[in-house]
Design a protein around this ligand. Structure first.
Ligand SMILES: Nc1nc2c(ncn2[C@@H]2O[C@H](COP(=O)(O)OP(=O)(O)OP(=O)(O)O)[C@@H](O)[C@H]2O)c(=O)[nH]1
Ligand SMILES: C[S@@+](CC[C@H](N)C(=O)[O-])C[C@H]1O[C@@H](n2cnc3c(N)ncnc32)[C@H](O)[C@@H]1O
Ligand code: SF4
Ligand code: SF4
Length: 358
């Protein structure tokens, strides 16, 4: 059982680096997830409404310089050890390559990864690699053009597949593929998606659908659970726990074999069971939205603005201290004092996944 720590003592300078982004349950955030934009060129049903959202104005979004400064504060003062760039769709940001290059110049060893829908990646993969991007995750829920179009409300499967191929070709690390399964739409595709991924050397991860859709259409009974996903995959594959340490990762990994050839490991598959098998007690994430607000949890109802400090001449220590205060108040799990997406006291955040930064 998590013990809540006593009164916060916020620090500056070298002391801040020692205490880092500690919360009152004793977890320390070392993984920074930064949203580069709230905009997107897809309309996935589990994330965005068909008509899109009211986008932020350009001057409301953190600039390249502000982003690079915040990452510097996180790494130099607060113990951030890895960075994920996400959105909305990060590839729609025209200065993405420059942002990555600036971060790489300041932090030569920092792992910097990108989560993207893959549209336009075929044209940008080489430049992203050259700028210093370490790894990439691409979201793709179906291998069938019609099903893809039904889920994303756009007929762009070919373009996503081209993007994935390009990322692999330029050597953007182990390419991971994210898929959300929706009942009656693409859930029957789970084994085919895995077959496709292992045959190409990609790590596929199935993500349980969370109540973060702008349409508020999620139901606990309607979602596909991790147990169902394992059952479906087991109709064709043998899954055994991956012996590697999970190390706080959202995905639980499984080695994939065929029952008829149990000595040959085809690859690994991950299952991100945020709803039915939550991993909040080991959470190491701190989120920054596109407009510079700290969300200590994906389901936080409290947000802490850093943009006003960035734009009002505050020094790095002052920004670090506000960031620490925000993380100290991180809820225990799922935005509350306990786990339970779909529990009677769970309140879905006003923001959709795209507006938080997935
Ligand atoms: N509940 C919850 N889900 C998360 C959290 N972080 C990531 N996820 C889920 O996991 C999905 C995949 O995240 P990615 O951005 O692809 O990467 P990752 O799995 O965190 O990291 P890598 O495996 O290192 O690439 C997200 O879209 C979320 O659905 C989190 O802090 N809480
Ligand atoms: C919000 S998107 C942002 C990055 C990029 N646009 C993409 O789709 O990869 C990040 C991830 O969140 C996932 N996601 C979005 N809404 C979700 C939901 N309601 N439940 C679970 N995962 C969701 C997507 O499948 C995607 O893998
Ligand atoms: S999941 Fe990603 S690609 Fe799909 S609508 Fe949300 S932000 Fe866009
Ligand atoms: S729901 Fe909140 S506490 Fe749980 S893993 Fe996600 S961000 Fe961390």
């Amino acid at each position: 059982m998590a013990i809540r720590l006593g009164s916060p003592y916020f620090r500056t300078g070298a002391d801040a680096q020692q205490s880092g982004l500690l919360d009152s349950y004793g977890r320390r955030a070392t993984d920074m997830r930064l949203s580069l934009t709230d905009k997107c060129n897809l309309r996935c049903t589990y994330c965005m409404p068909a008509e899109g959202l009211q986008w932020l104005q350009k001057d409301q979004v953190l600039s390249r310089e502000e982003i690079v400064r915040l990452v510097g504060i996180g790494v130099d003062l607060l113990g951030i050890r890895e960075l994920r760039l996400t959105g909305g769709e990060p590839l729609v940001r025209a200065d993405l390559v420059d942002i990555i290059a600036d971060i790489r110049a300041r932090h030569p060893e920092l792992p910097v990864s990108l989560t993207t829908n893959g549209l336009g990646l075929d044209k940008k993969a080489q430049r992203l690699k050259d700028a210093g991007l370490t790894r990439i995750n691409v979201s793709m829920d179906s291998l069938h053009p019609d099903t893809f179009a039904q889920l994303t409300r756009r007929p762009f499967l070919d373009r996503v597949l081209r993007g994935i191929e390009a990322a692999a070709a330029v050597g953007l690390g182990l390419v991971k593929i994210n898929a959300v399964l929706m009942r009656g739409i693409n859930d029957h595709e789970a084994p085919d998606l895995l077959e496709w991924a292992v045959s190409r050397g990609f790590e596929l991860r199935f993500i349980e659908q969370m109540p973060l859709d702008a349409d508020h259409g999620w139901t606990r009974d309607g979602m596909i659970t991790a147990a169902e996903i394992r059952d479906r995959l087991s109709e064709r594959f043998l899954l055994t726990p991956d012996p590697r340490n999970r190390d706080g990762a959202p995905a639980e990994r499984w080695e994939v074999r065929r029952p008829e050839a149990p000595d040959v490991v085809l690859g690994t598959v991950g299952i991100i069971a945020s709803v039915t098998e939550p991993f909040c007690s080991d959470c190491r994430r701190t989120r920054v939205t596109a407009e510079g607000k700290i969300m200590s949890c994906l389901f936080s109802r409290e947000e802490t603005d850093l943009r006003d400090l960035l734009r009002s001449g505050a020094d790095d220590d002052a920004i670090a201290q506000r960031w620490q205060e925000a993380m100290w108040a991180k809820p225990k799990a799922h935005g509350m004092g306990h786990t339970g997406l779909g529990a009677p006291d769970f309140v879905q955040p006003d923001r959709s996944m795209s507006a938080i930064g997935g």
